[in-house]
Design a binder for this molecule. Structure first.
Ligand code: 3PG
Length: 396
């Protein structure tokens, strides 16, 4: 893969695929992390004299939808660029008007295209649409790690139709941490922490990580599927039934065969109500009382996981330890974040999605080696699958 600073950009039209799929409340961007993380690439392209064209999707619109216009992001981007660069918004991403706007771009200006997904051809990876996007560019740069698991027109289809291609700095950072420092060359001891609600979402990640890690710590609702698979009483906890129980049992067997500890919670925070209305208790052991739900890992588990994390040299974490949106059930998630943030000798990586949001919200984000901007993308990357958006950049 080539990177943006390997290229000559002076006077060239530089099409940068970014992931500006940010959360919105009304017209307000509530988390601008993904925009901030794209700034180094945007700034470099501008410094190198490129005519910068930015393209992203926003949400999952069915056709054009003003509530999901990238114009909301344009204002935020202009602000984050410190008012030094004019951000022009194009009201489409293809067509004659856009071509004209690209041709009229002056040095230092940025053109942000309208939401790519207003055209269904984007997700369909349509060739004619890919060629239209490609016609806007002399150079293609992909910095949208968060969308790299999608084989869409702007992430894959258009790439062969542009003369030069490269990855941006965010893409480089994501590949460096998730790829080199976690998957390929982790310093040992290497500990993975997986949480979230479903085992079924994490099967491939567990299978991919088990042979590599020294321990895999489990939390969140998925822990109850594993416990139930071992015949432990889990009360009213959220469990995936049926074949998922057999699957959990199989993963436990695999771990045993590999002699990799797959560590489950040894105590829980329980309540009869998932929103914490009613008495909240700690259990003395792994058993959840019949009328209760497990909603967070308990204090003994927190201490055990903290110790494992503090002894590690590489830590990868994906998925909360409990229902952290409710304060009473946030301690498990907070303790993992805190333990990672304190371990300065380790490479600490947050695998995106809910755990990234939790770490951000709890104020630990800047104490980690890396917080991935990918949700689905970082999971698929950790599964060891080649991502279409990265594959497309590989030079033959
Ligand atoms: C994400 O937020 O995970 C990416 O931007 C991809 O969005 P998508 O799941 O709608 O394709």
């Amino acid at each position: 893969i080539r990177y943006i600073d390997d290229l000559q950009l002076t006077g060239k039209r530089v099409f940068i695929r970014v992931d500006f799929n940010v959360p919105l409340e009304g017209r307000r961007v509530t988390d601008d992390t993904r925009i901030r993380e794209a700034l180094p690439t945007i700034r470099r392209a501008l410094e190198m004299g490129g005519k910068v064209i930015l393209a992203s999707h926003l949400g999952r619109p069915k056709g054009a939808d003003p509530k999901l216009s990238t114009v909301l992001v344009a204002e935020k981007l202009a602000e984050l660029l410190g008012g030094k660069h004019e951000v022009i918004h194009a009201d489409d991403c293809v067509g004659d008007n856009v071509k004209k706007q690209v041709n009229d771009l002056k040095a230092g200006q940025v053109l942000l295209l309208e939401n790519l997904r207003f055209h269904k051809e984007e997700e369909a990876n349509d060739e004619a649409f890919s060629r239209e996007l490609a016609a806007l560019a002399d150079v293609y740069v992909n910095d949208a790690f968060g969308t790299a698991h999608r084989a869409h027109a702007s992430t894959a289809g258009m790439v062969p139709f542009v003369k030069e291609k490269a990855a941006g700095f965010l893409m480089r950072k994501e590949i460096e941490y998730l790829g080199d420092k976690v998957l390929r060359n982790p310093q040992k001891p290497f500990v993975a922490i997986l949480g979230g609600s479903k085992v079924s979402d994490k099967i491939k990640v567990i299978e991919s990580l088990l042979p590599k890690v020294d321990a895999l710590l489990v939390g969140g609702a998925m822990a109850y599927t594993f416990l139930k698979a071992q015949g432990i009483e889990v009360g009213k906890s959220r469990v995936e039934e049926g074949d998922k129980l057999a699957l959990a049992a199989k993963l436990l067997d695999t771990a045993k065969r590999l002699k990799t500890p797959l560590v489950l919670p040894i105590d829980h925070i329980v309540c009869a109500d998932p929103d914490g209305k009613g008495p909240v208790q700690e259990t003395p052991d792994q058993v959840v009382p019949a009328d209760m739900m497990g909603l967070d890992i308990g204090p003994k588990t927190r201490a055990m996981y903290t110790q494992r994390i503090r002894d590690a040299k590489t830590v990868i974490w994906n998925g909360p330890m409990g229902r952290f949106e409710v304060d009473k059930f946030a301690e498990g998630t907070r303790s993992v974040a805190a333990a990672m943030s304190i371990n300065k000798d380790a490479v600490t990586v947050i695998g995106g999605g809910d755990s990234a949001a939790a770490v951000e919200q709890m104020g630990y984000a800047d104490k980690m080696s890396h917080v991935s901007t990918g949700g689905g993308a970082s999971l698929e990357f950790l599964e060891g699958q080649p991502l279409p958006g990265i594959k497309a950049l590989e030079t033959k």
